[in-house]
Design a protein around this ligand. Structure first.
Ligand SMILES: [Zn+2]
Length: 433
């Protein structure tokens, strides 16, 4: 630590000078002669080298073939690290020993440019597939990493105590720990594919992002030759229970939960929604399926508060609890729309990409009541055999408002939904309670 601090103080001056001495600011809004023809990207090509590497490095402007840069929302922190003199802007990652613990793909779905549009299917294979480029000094970074982990969750210990699950020593250990493979995925957008998925023309799509981001990334509107964008947003984490090699095998059954981030409930146990109970229920059915020779998959998307963000979400909570008549299922969606202008911005249209990437064509047990998630998967050709609603005993008291509102709006349930006129009777805790 001492060494680091001393080193950092000396470095800071040196790196600051380095930034200042790099001279003029390079604008990216127009291509320079001779650039952009080094590594063309052929999205959907049948091998990585034909597809071409994604080069979002800022250390050599002439190598870049995308808009934006790596690490999603964390790219901003990388920029601050450079500004603060703690990171050498020319640093190139040493990728020794970082390769995936298990292989994924390639699957046929990778070769249809319209099937995977929101991340790079070759993102975990960069070190092998682009060896020659790396040797030549191109700064090409993995956008997917695959590792192993052990999960320690109170709910799994409870499931063992209540005899819903039995340890098997492999998937679920005696102490309740769960063995998993986990995969982190950064966003890599193929703009024509995204525009197509949302059924808008590419120009409208590019212009809306440019303007609504306050004029960020002018290349969106000036460089139609650049088709790939690394957006500054959160990515995906996938947790696989069982044998990842058999995920794409149609003879092996799959249990699955697709979960959109809800930090308040997922991490802190806040009781106004059913997110954590549904997440751990998804893990439980995944463990159970893996124990029976199938696989489990939990997909965790960084889309806090229906991708409207936590500030909007907490504003809505207050508006719901302070409205006339209190928090009620009848007015649940209305309050979100009053604050945010939309009810939901998660755009499940992009969510099926990870299933295509993993080669999954069928989900045998799907732990989700969301009609949007279901319809989006089915529209993308992924079969869903059984839909599971969250068991009643897992729904916190105050979360019944959300649950009934969602069911009335079309969410799946195996029980009979309440009539719209009965929704007024489902009320939550008052703000002062
Ligand atoms: Zn929640």
């Amino acid at each position: 630590m001492v060494n680091f601090t001393l080193g950092y103080k000396n470095n800071r001056v040196r790196l600051g000078e380095k930034m200042a001495s790099s001279g003029h600011i390079v604008l990216t809004s127009h291509s320079r002669p001779g650039s952009n023809h080094l590594s063309p990207i052929h999205w959907g090509a049948e091998d990585a080298r034909t597809r071409g590497p994604i080069i979002g490095s800022v250390s050599n402007q002439s190598h870049r073939n995308v808009i934006g840069t790596h690490s999603g929302s964390y790219s901003v922190y990388r920029a601050i690290s450079v500004a603060a003199g703690r990171l050498d802007p020319a640093h190139v990652p040493d990728l020794t020993n970082t390769s995936p613990v298990t292989n994924v793909g390639p699957h046929n779905q990778w070769f249809d440019p319209k099937k995977i549009v929101s991340f790079d299917p070759w993102g975990h294979l960069v070190v092998n597939e682009f060896k020659d480029h790396l040797k030549e000094g191109f700064d090409i970074r993995p956008t997917i990493a695959i590792t192993q982990a052990r999960l320690k969750l109170m709910e799994m210990q409870e499931a063992i105590a209540q005899r819903r699950l039995q340890p098997d020593g492999q998937v679920l250990l005696e102490n309740g720990d769960v063995n998993v493979t986990k995969i982190a995925i950064d966003p890599v957008w193929h703009i024509p594919g995204l525009a197509d998925r949302f059924e808008v023309d590419e120009h409208t799509f590019r212009r809306a992002i440019f303007e609504q981001m306050g004029g960020m990334y002018p290349e969106l509107v000036t460089r139609s030759d650049l088709e790939v964008f690394l957006p500054p947003i959160g990515g995906i984490t996938a947790y696989i229970f069982g044998n990842p090699d058999t995920l794409s095998d149609p003879d092996v059954r799959l249990a699955c939960r697709v979960h959109d981030e809800c930090n308040g409930s997922d991490v802190f146990g806040s009781d106004i929604c059913t997110c954590r109970p549904y997440l751990t229920h998804g893990i439980e059915i995944s463990v159970e399926m893996a124990q029976r020779g199938g696989n489990g998959l939990v997909v965790y998307n960084r889309k806090e508060g229906r991708a409207l963000g936590e500030v909007t979400k907490f504003l809505v909570y207050n508006a719901r609890k302070r409205q006339k008549g209190g928090d009620s299922a009848a007015k649940y969606f209305e309050r979100t729309e009053c604050v945010a202008g939309v009810q939901d911005a998660r755009f499940q249209e992009l969510m099926p990409d990870i299933f295509h990437w993993l080669g999954v064509t069928r989900i045998d047990r799907f732990a989700s009541m969301s009609d949007m998630k279901h319809d989006s998967l089915v529209n993308q050709g992924i079969e869903i055999i059984e839909r599971l609603d969250i068991p009643d005993e897992l729904v916190p008291e105050d979360a019944h408002v959300e649950m009934e509102a969602k069911i009335a709006s079309g969410y799946y349930t195996s029980k009979s939904p309440k009539a719209i006129e009965d929704l007024d009777s489902v009320v939550g805790r008052k703000i002062e309670e």
